[in-house]
Design a protein around this ligand. Structure first.
Ligand code: AMP
Ligand code: MG
Length: 402
């Protein structure tokens, strides 16, 4: 077996994780379904947007110069020469000096006009329109390419799309949006003590918290999780379940059984079917983490303690998922906060501390690593880099929010 618990730095482990990430795969989705997906190509608009000079008010299309000095007691008198209809251009409609046309919001600005006056500032007397407020050149109109210019790149590859982006993509003519395929991630929970959530545990048994927790996190991160249930610490059953998961998934996560213990055979099974690349990371919690490959597929051995497994999926597995998604920025929410107390830390390992954030102050929630409650009582994690002996009260920290 290679490198059994030879602890390596987090940055090195992340580099391995990124290196073994399968290449991103692309698919297209209808534009109304693209939100929260990662854009797979740069997108340019195929037209100018809005596409024609148009009014943003209901009122009159005018020549601004004709309205100079206009007021309620000294209105400019313009002759109305027509009405602009919505949704089409009337090539014959144009205005000359001292003329105007009625125009609705979104109407095509007639030739000769360079501004619009809101109907509220006008009064009609037959064909004569009294304009009671001056308009400046360009007032109340949008130019044909004021929003986006034809051919301009509107979004770059790697962007996590928002609902607003769906609107802009539709305006750009992108009806089918190229996005990264969601990585399919298998999860196997290992341990003789584990039972599913639906079962009342006998003495010594523990409900499988990691399977559902990791699956839920993966779904929220833009992946397709596949749960392969619980397997006992029995080599044959374990190997069979891994083989099944590998045949159906892009990546497989094995929870539990990664530490240096005779029962713990994750590393042995990965080594005999593929290669163990990392066994042991200078991270707390999460030291007994394994990164390996079977065939061309990444396989992670995560620690059994739920809090450790959660930190490891965020710190070590996530960079691989970002690569597979072609995602430039991790989809983690973070806030800046001031540390409320000193936090000691062991130099040489990267430490993730669960904190509560209240009014900009982050306070750690220390708890034994086997406890679940700190995962839900905390708001997120702060990271203490390996080179630090701790962080001082009052220092600014970034909190990765749950
Ligand atoms: P292991 O990594 O298998 O040595 O397990 C470390 C600790 O985490 C033990 O107390 C296990 O019972 C617990 N554990 C392992 N897997 C899970 C799981 N899926 N859900 C909850 N606790 C677990
Ligand atoms: Mg175990």
């Amino acid at each position: 077996m290679s490198r059994f618990l030879t602890v390596i730095a987090v940055t090195d482990a992340v580099a391995v994780s990124e290196k073994i990430a399968p290449a991103p795969k692309t698919e297209t989705v209808p534009v109304d379904q693209c939100a929260s997906r990662v854009l797979a190509e740069d997108i340019a608009t195929d037209t100018d947007i809005p596409g024609f000079d148009r009014s943003v008010v209901d009122g009159y299309a005018v020549r601004a110069a004709d309205t100079t000095g206009a007021g309620s007691s000294s209105p400019a008198l313009l002759r109305c020469v027509g009405r602009v209809a919505m949704g089409r251009r009337d090539a014959n409609l144009a205005i000359a000096d001292t003329e105007c046309t009625y125009i609705p919001t979104g109407g095509f600005l007639p030739a000769g006009a360079d501004a619009a006056v809101m109907v509220e500032y006008t009064e009609a007397a037959g064909d004569t329109i009294l304009i009671k407020k001056p308009a400046s050149h360009g007032e109340n109109i949008l130019l044909r390419d004021e929003d986006f210019q034809k051919g301009a790149t509107v979004f770059h590859q790697g962007r996590k799309l928002t609902p607003q982006d769906a609107g802009v993509l539709a305006a750009c003519g992108c009806a089918a949006v190229p996005v990264a395929q969601k990585p399919v991630v298998g999860i196997i929970s290992t341990g003789n003590e584990l039972v599913p959530a639906s079962v009342i545990p006998e003495p010594g048994q523990v409900r499988d918290a990691n399977g559902p927790m990791l699956a839920a996190w993966l779904a929220e991160y833009g992946c397709i999780p596949r749960l392969y249930g619980i397997v006992r610490d029995e080599r044959e059953a374990f190997e069979q379940r891994i083989a099944q998961a590998l045949s159906e998934c892009d990546v497989v996560l094995l929870s539990g059984g990664s530490s240096k213990d005779d029962r713990d055979m994750t590393a042995a099974v990965i080594a005999s079917n593929g290669e163990v690349l990392v066994h042991g990371i200078a991270i707390a919690p999460g030291k007994p983490t394994i990164i390996g490959m079977i065939g061309k597929k990444p396989v992670f051995g995560l620690p059994g303690h739920p809090a450790s497994a959660f930190v490891v999926i965020i710190a070590i597995v996530r960079p691989l998922l970002d690569k597979m998604l072609g995602q430039k920025k991790p989809r983690l929410r973070a806030v800046k906060a001031t540390l409320g107390v000193n936090i000691p830390s062991q130099r040489g390992r990267e430490e993730y501390v669960r904190v509560v954030v209240d009014q900009g102050v982050a306070t750690p929630l220390f708890g034994k690593s086997g406890l679940l409650n700190t995962l839900v009582k905390s708001d997120g994690l702060i990271r203490i880099p390996a080179g630090y002996e701790g962080l001082e009260k009052g220092s600014e920290v970034e909190v990765i929010l749950w």
